[in-house]
Design a protein. Sequence first.
Length: 116
Amino acid sequence: MINEELQHWFEHTDALVSELLADGTNDEVYHTIEHHFASEDFDLLEKAAIAAFKLGLEIEEPEEAELENGDKVFAFDIVTELMLNADLLKAETKKMFELSQQCNVDYDGWGTYFEE
């Protein structure tokens, strides 16, 4: 059974892929995928980044950000390259979501850029 939060990210994947394809992104090239992770606890976030690095994943430097309500949060991205295929993206999303759960940080979905 799929976790309700993970199901939300699967729906996000379907919607984002559909929107990008409808806008005319090139579905024959690899897209840079940025998976977003966050935590109010920098130590937890740093441990998650180290765990991702040890798995051979490309991570961006953790940064501090301010939420709309003024609270501080720390965040980093894991960057991958994938074809814009919902099934591939869901499989990768599941792995990223599971990593976030194992490390007690928040998974905040993924994003990409329009490709000509």
